[in-house]
Design a protein around this ligand. Structure first.
Ligand SMILES: Cc1cc2nc3c(=O)[nH]c(=O)nc-3n(C[C@H](O)[C@H](O)[C@H](O)COP(=O)(O)OP(=O)(O)OC[C@H]3O[C@@H](n4cnc5c(N)ncnc54)[C@H](O)[C@@H]3O)c2cc1C
Ligand code: FES
Length: 273
């Protein structure tokens, strides 16, 4: 069973309306966390909401024992979370779940993030940068102001390709449209990827975006991993509320728990409905 920790709030920054970065002192979780894992957060101090809320580990500072979360206020739980200030205590359960695989140093890495989906991928990008690997990062948002952490990601050595739904900056359209166009162009160059190359795509974002991303990479013959945001109850494999339909063997279907076997799954194993 994973540990419960009472984490002290170091600070909470409002990044944009309804979007917060929360810095917590939780050394054991910081030490153990891997990109793609999450913490189950007790958002309030009463029995309402009763259930914890899953939030990805956005970054860690292992030396200083910090765990950083990046979240969007969606409802009651995250709204209560946003009221915490320096010195408050928040109960965390974690790190939980199965995260992203760490690619080989020679692989071509493509990261595709939609909206708040950058939360866990930021941690992944920091970890691979620390081991000397850089990625091409496709970052999508509704509008320019919601393209979070673009400069920080560039500063850690990655290339960033932005897209916005309203065309305020970068590619005008969806992040999957941008990625598809990039792959199409790359067919005509000596460069980016060819079928059979050691290339891998990592995605996180809304369900429809991940479904489309899976179609694109399947057609291009590239493997990928996606992080699914299922509704969760217990977070530790007991209640089955996070069951996802996945492929098993030739034609078989198997339900797997996003909180234990996921939230990251090989894209080709997810049965998109
Ligand atoms: C593994 C995992 C990691 C996550 N990481 C992050 C993160 O890093 N940052 C972040 O902002 N959010 C993240 N989420 C989503 C986050 O858990 C929900 O936004 C949160 O639980 C909403 O709780 P609430 O009480 O504020 O809202 P509720 O009152 O419970 O719900 C408000 C609205 O949000 C929707 N919602 C609730 N839970 C989810 C969910 N799991 N996925 C999608 N929509 C949901 C509801 O359908 C409803 O419309 C993650 C979810 C999972 C499963
Ligand atoms: S949330 Fe209970 S089994 Fe996954």
């Amino acid at each position: 069973m994973s540990p419960v920790a009472d984490a002290k709030v170091i600070k909470q920054d409002k990044i944009a309306p309804g979007h917060f970065r929360l810095y917590l002192f939780a050394p054991e979780i910081a030490e153990a966390a891997k990109p793609g894992q999450f913490v189950h957060v007790r958002c309030g101090h009463t029995s309402d909401p009763l259930l914890r809320r899953p939030v990805s580990i956005h970054a860690v500072d292992r030396e200083k024992g910090k765990v950083i979360l990046f979240y969007r206020v969606a409802g009651k739980g995250t709204s209560l979370l946003s009221k915490n200030n320096r010195g408050d205590t928040i109960s965390l359960l974690g790190p939980l779940g199965h995260g992203f695989s760490i690619p080989s140093r020679h692989a071509r890495i493509f990261v595709v993030a939609g909206g708040i989906g950058i939360a866990p991928l930021y941690f992944f990008l920091q970890e691979i940068a620390d081991s000397g690997t850089s990625a091409d990062v496709f970052l999508g948002a509704a509008t320019e102001k919601q393209l979070f952490f673009m400069n920080e990601i560039k500063e850690s050595g990655h290339r960033v390709f932005p897209s916005t739904d309203d065309g305020s900056t970068g590619y005008h359209g969806t992040v999957t449209g941008l990625f598809e166009e990039y792959l199409r162009k790359s067919d005509n160059q000596s460069g980016p990827i060819r079928r059979g190359d050691d290339a891998k795509v990592y995605g996180c974002g809304p369900y429809g975006m991940l479904k489309r991303l899976t179609d694109i990479i399947t057609t291009a013959g590239i493997t990928g991993e996606v992080s699914l945001e299922e509704r969760m109850g217990c977070g530790v494999g007991a209640c089955l509320s996070c069951a996802c339909k996945t492929r098993s063997g030739e034609n078989g279907v198997q339900y797997r728990r996003a909180c234990v076997e996921g939230p990251v799954f090989p894209a080709k194993e997810v049965v998109w409905e």
